[in-house]
Design a protein around this ligand. Structure first.
Ligand SMILES: *[C@@H]1O[C@H](CO)[C@@H](O)[C@H](O)[C@H]1NC(C)=O
Ligand SMILES: *[C@@H]1O[C@H](CO)[C@@H](O)[C@H](O)[C@H]1NC(C)=O
Length: 245
């Protein structure tokens, strides 16, 4: 049934697409995708949190916005932004920790707001499009009964792509994003790349996925699924790894 809806979107004009909120380079990356969807006759609505730093509702655009309130302020978000390269690893880990807490408050703003959930149900969307760097779109799609499409810019050390998207990333050939390595690595760089993946996976398991699993378990009885809940509902991953510097 869900597959049928997707095929209908590919071959006919006028789908009603809901887009998950995102920030920074992920939003910059998402905008041309949305422009193309509008060009093809789809109606595009973007969820935007009240504490968004990069999404400007007043900017003229061809897609519409669905604002929702969050209990976090813009000031709280300023230092927890994902794309800031921090040299000091400890600081980085605490940033992820802080970030997941803010991300979950954002998710509360959608899932725990009766007003927003009622609106999302009434608007009869055909599809949820998401850059999954902000978690919860899979849970939201499941609750709304919508098919889900991912367009991910990148995640640190390709954690999402490898563990959720099942994309192969041999350590000797694929440099972890934000490791400052390129695809031309000497032996020591390859060793460092291997350690970098392992270290990031351990940090994310402990700091990020564990928190998310806890949230999902509270929200809906059947979560978490298969340890990494993100494996099951995905139809399509488009990644932009080639654009990573
Ligand atoms: C948002 O867009 C409007 C209209 O283009 C502009 O006047 C305003 O300065 C922008 N706000 C921010 C925070 O960039
Ligand atoms: C967000 O908060 C404002 C002001 O408190 C309120 O007017 C608005 O209805 C709220 N929006 C939603 C979607 O709950």
């Amino acid at each position: 049934m869900r597959g049928a809806t997707l095929w209908w979107l590919v071959f006919a004009n006028g789908g009603n697409i809901l887009v998950w909120y995102t920030e920074g380079s992920h939003w910059i990356n998402m905008k041309p995708v949305l422009e193309t969807l509008v060009d093809r006759g789809h109606q595009v609505t973007v969820l935007v949190p009240s504490a968004s730093m990069f999404m400007n509702k007043s900017e003229p655009s061809r897609f519409s916005y669905e604002p929702f309130n969050v209990s976090v302020s813009k000031e709280d978000m300023r230092f927890s932004h994902f794309d800031v390269y921090l040299e000091i690893y400890i600081k980085f880990t605490s940033m992820i920790r802080n970030n997941i807490q803010n991300n979950l408050k954002f998710l509360d703003g959608v899932l725990k707001s009766e007003t927003t959930m009622k609106k999302l149900k009434e608007r009869k969307y055909d599809l949820l499009l998401s850059d999954p760097i902000y978690p919860g779109s899979d849970l939201t799609a499941d609750i709304l009964g919508l098919p889900l499409v991912f367009s991910l810019r990148f995640s640190i050390a390709h954690n999402w792509e490898r563990l959720c998207g099942q994309l192969p990333a041999p350590h000797s050939f694929v440099p972890g994003p934000m490791s400052k390595l390129t695809d031309k690595m000497d032996f020591l760089e390859r060793v460092w790349n291997f350690l970098y993946f392992a270290l990031q996976d351990a940090v994310y398991d402990y700091v990020f996925w564990a928190e998310l699993d806890k949230y999902y378990s509270e929200g809906k009885g059947e979560y978490p699924r298969n340890k990494k809940h993100c494996v099951t509902t995905h139809f399509l991953w488009t990644t932009y790894s080639s654009m990573i510097i």
